[in-house]
Design a protein around this ligand. Structure first.
Ligand code: NAD
Length: 359
């Protein structure tokens, strides 16, 4: 019988890339549990929707009965937990949903995973030994690496700055505690900023591309000097699958692209690519960079994140394949070629279209 991966948040940016890669690179069955919040979009999985190894459950991870049923019906060999509220600005405006999903939802999922794993153990199922609960987290839990030196490692103390990163830090701690206290076989990865196709256009890179194409302002926080370590989403997914297959139970892996860029330089790089790839600009725009405008900085804004990914490189042989130059070019190209994906997101119609998707 084929192995089964239960993915939470598989209709989101990274989760949909995980689902796609798992279906194409393995013989595993994939069960996607997603509430379909504003950032979940079934159109991101249109190419796999009819795959007989793909199953979709529209449910909230904080719904214990629904999670219990998902475990009982599909008997997964592993869980990859990506479902989260993920946007820092939204967490500043409305933190409650972040605590509800990222903290309470993770707690509910851990409890249901533990209950299921215990039942596997009690029944002597061979699945019990290999079962894994892989929690996908962020480098933002480590806080601010100001001063331009040093890197986050697996040993860096937690010091989250935003309601988002605090809620992710809390979920990491819960996962660690469920491993230490109950022996649940967990894995944790903390990754840097991702970019690539199908990212909700509230995040810097898709926002900049789509605003520029529409001739709208390109807002940059403060002086744009904040540094992020960028990683193409497909490199992140390769790291996740590797950790799931070969990572050591109870361990944490820091994942990053060794690719530090200031936000303003990212925005300028996108403008340059658009000059080349979309030279027909909206009326009144002579250069895309003219659209850049500096706006009041985000409260509590961390100035620098950077990952030392030597543990995953040395122990599991992972290295990113995309440089920022190749990855950004592909990403801009994807948004230029896929208006059918982003137009319904921008006009809101994707939320109506997906009402028929409950399975
Ligand atoms: P996203 O916002 O694009 O997707 C989140 C998905 O989770 C959506 O499909 C949404 O519908 C679903 N979801 C939200 N609340 C839910 C709930 N209560 N129950 C079930 N489903 C729910 O996020 P993303 O950028 O793909 O991030 C995925 C994970 O990776 C998150 O845990 C995030 O913290 C982590 N991460 C993201 C980045 C990044 O740069 N995007 C970097 C490192 C780690």
């Amino acid at each position: 019988m084929a192995h089964t991966l239960l993915v939470t948040g598989g209709a989101g940016f990274i989760g949909s890339a995980v689902v796609r890669e798992m279906l194409s690179a393995s013989a595993w069955r994939v069960v996607n549990v997603d509430k379909l919040t504003y950032s979940g979009n079934p159109a991101s999985l249109a190419d796999v929707a009819d795959n007989p190894r793909y199953n979709f459950i529209q449910a909230d991870i904080a719904d214990a009965a629904a999670m219990r049923a998902a475990f009982e019906i599909f008997e997964p060999d592993a869980v990859m937990h990506l479902a989260a509220e993920s946007h820092v600005d939204r967490s500043i405006d409305s933190p409650a949903a972040f605590l509800e999903t990222n903290v309470h939802g993770t707690f509910v999922l851990l409890e249901e995973a533990r209950r299921y794993w215990k039942s596997l153990t009690a029944s002597g199922s061979p699945k019990a030994r290999d079962f894994r609960f892989h929690h996908i987290s962020t480098d933002e839990v480590f806080g601010d690496l100001s001063g331009g030196q040093g890197f986050f490692t697996e040993e860096t103390p937690y010091a989250p700055s935003s309601p988002y990163s605090a809620s992710k830090a809390a979920s990491d701690h819960l996962v660690r505690a469920w491993q230490r206290t109950y022996g649940l076989p967990t894995l944790v990865t903390n990754c840097s900023n991702n970019y690539g196709p199908r990212q909700f256009p509230e995040k810097l890179i898709p926002l900049t591309i789509l605003n520029a194409l529409a001739g709208r302002e390109l807002p940059v926080y403060g002086d744009g000097g904040q540094i992020r370590d960028w990683l193409h989403v497909e490199d992140h997914v390769r790291a996740l699958l590797l950790v799931l297959a070969r990572g050591c139970v109870g361990e944490t892996y820091a994942v990053g692209g060794h690719c530090e860029k200031r936000n303003i330089d990212v925005v300028r790089a996108i403008c340059e690519l658009l000059e080349e790839m979309a030279p027909q600009k909206p009326a009144g725009v002579s250069r895309y960079t003219d659209l850049i405008c500096f706006v009041r900085d985000r409260p509590g804004h961390d100035s620098r994140y950077a990952i030392d990914a030597s543990k995953i490189a040395t122990e599991l042989g992972w290295r990113p394949r995309e440089s920022f130059a190749t990855g950004l070019r592909k990403t801009v190209c994807w948004y230029l070629d896929n208006e059918a994906w982003w137009r319904p997101v921008l006009d809101g119609s994707y939320r109506c279209e997906r009402l028929g998707t409950r399975v």
